[in-house]
Design a protein around this ligand. Structure first.
Ligand code: TRP
Ligand code: SF4
Length: 402
């Protein structure tokens, strides 16, 4: 039913090859199979970089250009900026009321990041709330799937817990019975009677197959009953299971295989470590950076045999070159048949080749910034329609409609 994918990225500078291979490539792929919502998480950037207004301001549109350059298609994907939708903040606030402090304190990234970013004061209210804000981002669009790296899996898990708790606390919305009756009235009489029977068998006798039959009936209604809406399905499923209406949808993390591309020195690629190649890095700069890359420390002279497993260039080969090239490199390295610069050349060529279409697309967008603004404008309005609808449900469920 709901096949919406949602993900966000923080605008902290130009995107690099690590971002592309670790996330963006996957975002582009998902466009073919899902309704994709991708947004600039500028508030999330502020949770750690609250004093860096200039970087964030500059990075927002740079990042959108990088996304478009990588192949996000504004016809297929909804692209927007978090802070343009105050609804996210409203949901964050409302969810905050019932979220136990302990849930946030025990998210693994909380202590990790405080530990890692020692030079920053992260003992802030905003930083503790980081995963809850992320939960609001996800839940406000009733996203079915969230493509995130392993490091973010705990945030999706928290999101699920928050949604479950919300539905438990507020799921029985006022007028629920009347709405169920209205949905049932859209069904042929026999089907409605059948559904009621399955509900009784499930709720009173605990028959699992009755639940399955009931669900199948709701599915059939979704594809055939006149005037049927996704809301009707949700209502009847809640009615069937006795859980009430699920106001918020529990998302699932989407762990598709991603390629781990390390930085030039073999540690995680990050602009702040100075070991990154930007997606839109100049070709001459790419060449220079790769040529300077450290290699197997044991290979001091051209005549020394090397071990690719101790060399970050080899990891670049895994991502950028084909099997025959890798065989050639492995063979040449372990027999001292080739020099390191020889070995690096196909990597340099492959990176440059990959960047070509990015550069072309980026240039077109950069020479027409109005078009990029327009893309974000359209995306923001599309997102707003969904966010508003969810907030209407949320306010109603919480009794905030006066
Ligand atoms: N925390 C995510 C990151 O650092 C960014 C993010 C914010 C996000 N909100 C989100 C990702 C919602 C997925 C869904 O990468
Ligand atoms: Fe690394 Fe290639 Fe040099 Fe071997 S030949 S050490 S794999 S760069």
């Amino acid at each position: 039913m709901n096949q919406r994918v949602l993900s966000g990225m923080r605008p902290t500078g130009a995107l690099h090859l690590g971002h592309y291979h670790g996330a963006l490539k996957n975002w582009v792929r998902l466009q073919a199979d899902y309704e994709c919502f991708y947004f600039v998480a500028d508030w999330h950037a502020l949770t750690t970089h609250y004093e860096e207004r200039d970087t964030i301001e500059k990075s927002v549109y740079d990042m959108v250009v990088d996304w478009l350059a990588a192949g996000l298609d504004p016809e297929k994907s909804t692209i927007f900026i978090q802070s343009r939708l105050p609804e996210h903040a409203e949901l964050f606030t409302l969810l905050a009321m019932g979220t136990p402090l302990g849930w946030l304190e025990r998210v693994p990234t909380y202590k990790d990041q405080i530990e890692k970013l020692k030079d920053r004061d992260l003992a802030t209210y905003g930083f503790l709330g980081y995963p809850l804000l992320q939960a609001a981002d996800i839940l406000i669009y009733k996203a079915a799937y969230v493509p995130v790296g392993e490091d973010q899996a705990s945030h999706v898990e928290l999101t699920r817990e928050v949604a479950r708790r919300f539905n438990h606390l507020y799921g029985r919305m006022p007028g629920f019975e009347a709405k169920v009756a209205a949905a049932l009235a859209k069904l042929p009489k026999d089907d409605a009677r059948y559904l009621e029977k399955q509900r009784r068998d499930y709720q009173q006798a605990g028959k699992a197959e009755a639940l399955a039959k009931g669900e199948a009936m709701v599915q059939k209604a979704a594809s055939s009953a006149p005037g049927w809406t996704p809301d009707d399905s949700e209502l009847l499923l809640g009615h069937l299971k006795g859980t009430g209406k699920t106001v918020l949808t529990e998302p699932a993390a989407l762990h598709t295989e991603v390629t781990k591309l390390p930085g030039l020195d073999g540690t995680k690629m990050s602009k702040s470590y100075g070991n990154a190649i930007a997606m839109r890095e100049e070709p001459a700069e790419v060449e220079r950076k790769i040529r300077r890359m450290p290699t197997d420390p044991a290979r001091v002279h051209r005549t020394d045999k090397g071990n690719p497993e101790r060399c970050p260039v080899w990891q670049f080969h895994q991502v950028f070159t084909d099997e025959p090239t890798r065989q050639w490199a492995w063979q040449g390295c372990t027999t001292a048949g080739i020099g390191c610069l020889d070995c690096k050349q196909p990597v340099i060529d492959a990176i440059k080749k990959q960047q070509e279409p990015w550069r072309e697309r980026a240039e077109a967008y950069l020479s027409n910034p109005k078009q990029v603004h327009w893309i974000v404008e359209v995306g923001t309005e599309r997102a707003r329609t969904v966010a508003r609808e969810t907030m209407r449900d949320v306010r109603e469920a919480m009794g905030l409609v006066y």
